[in-house]
Design a protein around this ligand. Structure first.
Ligand code: MSP
Length: 517
């Protein structure tokens, strides 16, 4: 049984060795905007996030904190859940790799790979980075460190291996047959050349520590944390029961959103594991760029990790969500600065959209007895603005499908700008004395355009959009995208007193409070 209009989107599951920061918030907010967009567009959506709790890195951090790895994982996992709540994340599930449903699935996946002859026991000797939880070849090292700058250690131990080398041709055929399988395009090319250059078998177990899922039949080994972690995407939908309603509806995933640093795991190892276990690879993996903070790489030693809680407290969650998705092309790197956030917040949100709505709704409240005004025919200018607003949804769909969030927002804000030009040109305040009917038509046009804008910005700024729709008396059931086709504001509908939905950011005077950076 497959449902046609369904959409399964995931974030990476976050390591519990660190508290949530801006980078985690980024992937999660992007996935949320997409999940909300697809839901509003009538899709049955599954949006999954969670925490990655096993591995040497977590074991070491727990030891340093003087508590058990499970207790440590419980604590940090809870802070990732709290981050999701704080940012209005609409995930349908939150998976933890220490849950029984996950362990059961990973064991089944291992056994299936073993049954199909994809796993063998061998001897590993090579470089391992605990920070990256990744193996590196001698030729990849730079000045004795991993290409990511992380320290590496020499590991020589008995390991289980996955026959990755067998999957080179099949992976290339999969990329070939699915041009959308990896985005953005530049990253796709990198992955393809990496696979073309030849694949070694992959070590998938470790023996030096114990915080992991034991290898079935040989509990001296724990599974490599990436095999364990990647499997979350299927364990959360019921694997190994591939006939379960969730699995049959939602697999293969429509989109794994990841940062560029973990693309290889998702676009090479994961599809190979899946194909080797007789499952379909994901439809698409998209790798976003990295944020620096005020020009510097975020790092513990520099002490410039920005907790999402602080950002939310300073700017509010709508502004933060908007900034993250508007400021950068989603695949590119960029810089997070207080100045840039305030410019977006006060410019795009408060001045452009906020003022438009506040001006129009306040005029209606004052001059149209607080009701949706009655239009008396539409002029060419009215029609042009209404048509621009009507054109938004069809323009946005392909952009969201490509994860071009910044272009989607730019497209919406072009209509905001057009509406602002329209207000200035029509000058409804001047019509109050000279042509009341015309004023009513102009204000109706504006209210209807604002309704459309508010519906369409819901995925990005859900709180403000909701408040705006309340102020237009739009019923909760008339807020899905279908309402863009089917309904219009009805003249005579009473409207509550309008209130600004995008307040300006005003820096506080005391030192250290003018921003989180
Ligand atoms: N646990 C693995 C993922 C397993 S998925 C099966 C992991 N976790 S992580 O917590 O280290 O990173 C999660 C995500 O945060 C990655 O997608 C990473 O790219 C992202 N970011 C971490 N720092 C970042 C920035 N400075 N900027 C943008 N995103 C960054 O990797």
């Amino acid at each position: 049984m497959t449902v046609e209009r369904r959409f399964f989107v995931t974030t990476p599951i976050y390591y519990v060795n660190d508290l949530p920061h801006l980078g985690h918030a980024y992937t999660t907010v992007a996935a949320d905007a997409l999940a909300r967009f697809m839901r509003l567009d009538g899709y049955r959506v599954k949006f999954l996030t969670g925490t990655d709790e096993h591995g040497q890195k977590v074991e070491t951090s727990a030891r340093a904190a003087g508590i058990s790895p499970q207790e440590f994982a419980d604590r940090i996992s809870a802070s990732f859940r709290a981050m999701a709540e704080l940012l209005a994340i609409s995930n349908d599930d939150f998976i933890r790799t220490t849950e029984p449903r996950h362990q059961r699935a990973v064991e089944a996946l291992w056994k299936e790979l073993e049954r199909r002859g994809e796993i063998y026991l061998g001897r590993f000797s090579g470089w391992y980075s605990v920070r990256d939880e990744a193996f590196y070849g001698e030729s990849e090292l730079m000045d004795g460190k991993a290409p990511t700058g992380a320290d590496v250690e020499w590991v020589e131990e008995e390991n289980y291996f996955f026959r990755l080398s067998n999957w080179q041709d099949k992976l290339l055929a999969y990329y070939d047959a699915n041009p959308e399988a990896i985005g953005p395009k530049s990253r796709r090319n990198e992955v393809v050349s990496f696979v073309k250059s030849g694949l070694n078998d992959l070590s998938i177990s470790r023996t030096g520590f114990s915080w992991g899922i034991p290898v079935p039949g040989n509990p001296r080994h724990v599974m490599y944390v990436w095999l364990d972690a990647l499997a979350n995407y299927v364990s959360a939908i019921g694997y190994p029961d591939t006939h379960s309603p969730d699995f049959s509806t939602f697999w293969p995933a429509d989109l794994h959103l990841v940062g560029k640093d973990i693309l290889r795991f998702h676009a090479v190892y994961w599809p190979a594991f899946l194909m080797a276990a007789g499952l379909q690879p994901p439809r698409r993996v998209f790798a976003h760029g990295w944020w620096t903070v005020e020009g510097q790489k975020m790092s513990k030693s520099l002490g410039n990790f920005i907790p999402p809680r602080r950002l939310e407290a300073t700017y509010g969650r709508d502004a933060l969500r908007y900034f993250l998705l508007r400021e950068l092309p989603f695949g590119s790197d960029g810089d997070f600065s207080h100045r840039a956030v305030v410019a977006r917040l006060n410019g795009d949100l408060a001045n452009d959209f906020g003022n438009l709505a506040q001006r129009a709704l306040a005029m209606i409240h004052r001059n149209c007895s607080a009701e949706v005004p009655q239009p008396h025919g539409f002029s060419e200018e009215d029609e042009a603005l209404l048509a621009a607003a009507r054109g938004l949804l069809p323009a946005l769909r392909p952009l969201m499908r490509e994860q071009a969030f910044h272009l989607a927002l730019e497209t919406i804000w072009r209509v905001v700008a057009e509406a602002n030009r329209y207000v200035d040109a029509m000058a409804p305040w001047a019509l109050l004395q000279s042509d009341r009917k015309r004023m009513e038509s102009v204000l109706y046009t504006l209210a209807e355009v604002i309704r459309r804008l508010a519906i369409i910005v819901q995925p990005f700024v859900p709180d403000a959009a909701g408040r705006l729709l309340d102020q237009l008396s739009v019923a909760p059931e008339a807020r899905a995208f279908a309402a863009l086709e089917e309904s219009f504001l009805v003249a005579g509908t009473p409207l509550p007193k309008p209130q600004g939905v995008f307040p300006r950011f005003v820096a506080k005077k005391e030192a250290g409070t003018e921003g989180p950076c």
